[in-house]
Design a binder for this molecule. Structure first.
Ligand code: EPU
Length: 784
């Protein structure tokens, strides 16, 4: 058969063209449903296009497709016979009998250019779907919100009702198997109609189900009137019943006067009326009346009143197709959601994580209302605006859409295929929400950081919702995977210990820089610590121990795995026994110095000047005032990499200047220090000397103590001073004016600034003095 190409069957604005267009569609319908051809789909990875590819393969065509991305859908289709190309090449048009393109494809696409120049039949996606529908009794589900769920529900109810429908919906639908299916046996074809680009007017269905009509897609339509014109045309082209939502004023106005219009909703005048709605955790039940006569009760296992509404439309439609009410309700009870429609990603007693596709203010309001009805303690929402044009057009409405959320995090706009609009970002919506007097909103422009910020604010009892039509769900998925580990860690540390996700390590280092710890755990007992070590070994999770973070430089990407901060309980015990003082790993060295003073023990005064803990002091053999930790240590208690505890005496330990190898693979629990009896006055004098030294030679600003080890030939501070590098800076990281071996954070410095400054100092020392400076501060973590 010869097909009219796009050039002659183009936009159907004049009556003459309309007639030709109808003819072209009949031809196209025969071409697609009764013959076999080579068909190429441009932009095949899109959710609508992949469904069409599936249908065409089932119809027996040789289907090829091109897209710049691969998805699980394109992989699945390849297994069914799709020839997939990861590039759009002109030659794809040459080898095809017909080309179909997605509305996301730009006019200068090489395949479109070639197809146009050689007069190859070229159709839009909706035209092809509408033409396929023409071979069956078509049912179109249309409206701004709820199309995918409602068309999936319709196909499911018709299938369970024995009508063997074919279907075409815009997302993966687990309960239907695939997003599109061609069933030779059945008469009906259920399709989700896309109103976004005007192609709804391609459809000539037998029945139409109209869910709602309001301002949307204002990148395409000038105003609501233009949207209504397209819906009016669809209604005109519907040969059988129009089922419509009578509670939506625009829909009611447009459909109400039409012959064979059947209304549904909660209003008294609805032909199919829902009443006595009871919303439950993840579902609802409600009564259904038909023109005043009670049909019975229906139950849904998808949440929210908006879904009761959708179901009423499906009940009206299925009843008009003569499916008995009890069959309809039995299938509705079994209906499960489409992907990304209130999809539960994680559920426990403490947390519930749900993803939803809502991206229009009306959808967001409905989803938040459904989420709130679940009755968790707080509702925490992350939202990624979709398209700059929608963000600009509906920013006011977005401002009031989040009232039901306790906390809202907005990230930047997912552009879809749009170029940016100057001044329109996620902040546009944040400003509107703030203007609307919501106090729980924050802006995180970097999508990759959203899961961290939300994860760190989590409290037991939270329901976390990701909303948007772009890729925000990936952030929720990362959070869900990490929550699995978090909950296991919580079970290990019990009610006593703390577990937090993505804890910013800038809060736990004295230099105040560093990204987050993936898992932050504060055990209280040695036993818990041992259990954590074993857990990390079994789960292949890295484990890092942090004390006061006084000698630590954490990179800006934070630390992957479990960061253990021994705190409280066993770890903060301090005991004096004769001349011996035993302190847990979390005890501050300063506390050891003062416990010694209280017991009239001398020799430990120098510890007063060290900002770290016993664990940290041991790990690096910290020192001051010419003394170092291991000069006073008699015993160390530690856990090995298997979680077994050991005690070693000083003479069994190998120790170096600022290095203690045993703790490179093992974990300190406590240490016993030895003092000598001394006069209190003598001790006080030495404590004062230490304080005085610190006060007069070291900065008070935020720092990590000395950055470099002292080389054999000259103290590092003196060297930096002599090199004239004091007060030099990178960003907000600066060499102290007081002491050359200190880098201070002037406020909001980043780890990369500190690292750059360290490198600068090292290279000057190398060039000018031939000295290779070695860092004393421990540098850990991932670059950002
Ligand atoms: N100096 C200068 N210019 C400077 C800094 C120091 O000329 O800008 C001179 C001092 O005048 C002194 C010598 O360099 O003659 C050594 O300086 P300082 O006495 O301050 O001691 P340090 O070796 O720099 C060590 C520890 C410190 C500890 C102090 C006090 C190291 C790497 N540092 O510093 O420990 O507080 O002694 O006892 O061993 C730390 O390890 O983080 C730390 C701060």
């Amino acid at each position: 058969m010869k097909l009219t190409s796009e050039a002659t069957a183009a936009r159907a604005d004049s009556p003459h063209k309309k007639f030709r267009r109808r003819d072209a569609f009949s031809d196209l319908s025969r071409f697609l449903t009764t013959e076999q051809h080579r068909i190429h789909l441009v932009g095949v990875a899109g959710s609508g296009m992949s469904g069409l590819a599936g249908l065409l393969i089932e119809l027996g065509h040789a289907v090829s497709g091109s897209d710049k991305v691969t998805t699980t859908e394109t992989e699945r289709l390849q297994r069914l016979g799709l020839r997939f190309h990861e590039q759009h090449l002109a030659e794809h048009a040459d080898t095809a009998d017909l080309v179909v393109f997605s509305s996301a494809i730009k006019d200068d696409n090489p395949i479109l250019l070639t197809a146009r120049s050689c007069g190859k039949p070229l159709f839009r996606r909706a035209e092809a779907v509408a033409a396929i529908m023409q071979a069956k009794r078509g049912i179109v589900i249309a409206g701004m919100h709820g199309k995918t769920t409602t068309s999936a529900m319709t196909a499911h109810v018709l299938r369970e009702g024995g009508l063997h429908p074919s279907h075409y919906v815009g997302a993966e639908i687990p309960i239907l198997g695939t997003n599109a299916y061609w069933n030779e046996r059945g008469e009906y074809f259920v399709a989700e109609g896309d109103e976004s680009d005007g192609t709804l007017r391609c459809f000539h269905p037998e029945h139409a189900l109209i869910l709602n009509i309001e301002e949307e897609h204002l990148d395409f339509y000038p105003d609501l009137a233009a949207i209504e014109k397209v819906f009016a045309q669809l209604i005109d082209q519907t040969s059988g019943s129009v089922l419509y939502n009578v509670d939506d004023p625009n829909t009611a106005r447009l459909c109400g006067k039409r012959k064979r219009a059947v209304s549904y909703g909660f209003s008294e005048q609805a032909d199919y009326r829902g009443a006595d709605v009871e919303l439950r955790n993840f579902g609802s039940s409600f009564l259904v009346f038909r023109r005043g006569e009670k049909l019975g009760q229906a139950t849904l296992n998808v949440p929210g009143e908006h879904n009761v509404h959708n179901a009423l439309g499906v009940i009206a439609l299925a009843s008009e197709l003569a499916i008995p009410f009890d069959k309809i309700t039995a299938s509705l009870r079994k209906f499960e959601h489409a992907r990304r429609r209130f999809e539960i990603k994680y559920a426990s007693d403490r947390f519930l994580l749900v993803d939803d596709y809502a991206h229009h203010p009306t959808e967001i309001r409905a989803t938040l209302r459904a989420a709130k009805s679940i009755g968790r303690r707080r509702l925490v929402t992350m939202f990624q605006p979709h398209r700059f044009s929608r963000t600009r057009a509906l920013c006011r409405e977005f401002g009031s859409a989040f009232d039901d959320a306790d906390r809202v995090m907005i990230t930047d706009v997912y552009p879809a295929s749009e170029p940016p609009i100057p001044g329109i970002t996620g902040r546009t919506i944040v400003d509107e929400i703030v203007r609307h007097a919501h106090h729980g909103v924050t802006y995180q422009p970097h999508l990759q950081s959203v899961h961290r910020d939300v994860g760190n604010m989590l409290e037991a009892g939270d329901l976390v919702l990701s909303l948007g039509a772009g890729n925000i769900h990936e952030q929720l998925e990362i959070l869900a995977a990490d929550l699995v580990i978090t909950e296991k860690l919580k079970a290990i540390v019990g009610e006593e210990g703390e577990v937090r996700l993505y804890e910013p390590l800038s809060n736990h280092t004295t230099l105040r820089v560093g990204g987050p710890a993936q898992f932050w755990v504060e055990p209280r007992t040695e036993q818990t610590f041992a259990d954590l070590i074993r857990f990390c070994r079994d789960e292949h999770l890295p484990l890092f121990v942090i004390g006061r973070g006084s000698n630590l430089l954490v990179r800006d990407g934070g630390i992957r795995g479990v960061v253990v901060h021994p705190r409280g309980g066993d770890f903060e015990k301090i005991e004096v026994d004769g001349c011996e003082i035993t302190g847990g790993a979390g005890v501050k060295l300063r506390q050891v110095a003062y416990a010694a003073r209280a017991a009239n023990l001398g020799g430990l005064e120098w510890m007063e000047g060290i900002p770290g803990t016993v664990g940290g002091g041991l790990r690096m053999n910290a020192g001051a005032m010419g003394a170092q930790t291991f000069e006073n240590v008699t015993r160390v208690r530690y856990l090995d990499a298997e979680g077994n505890s050991h005690v070693k005496n000083r003479d069994e330990l190998e120790v170096f200047y600022r290095r203690f190898p045993l703790l490179e693979k093992n974990f300190a629990v406590s240490a016993t220090f030895c003092g000598q009896p001394a006069e209190r006055a003598e001790i006080d004098t030495r404590l004062r000397e230490s304080q005085e030294k610190r006060r007069t030679t070291q900065p008070v600003a935020k720092s990590a103590g000395c950055i470099f080890k002292n080389p054999a030939t000259i103290p590092a501070g003196k060297l930096v001073d002599e090199l004239g590098l004091k007060n030099s800076r990178v960003g907000n990281a600066r060499v102290s004016r007081v002491h050359g071996n200190f880098i201070v954070n002037d406020g909001d410095a980043t780890a990369s600034e500190v690292l750059e400054l360290i490198d600068d100092i090292k290279s000057v020392a190398r060039q000018k003095r031939g000295i290779e400076l070695e860092t004393e501060v421990e540098i850990v973590g991932e670059p950002e």
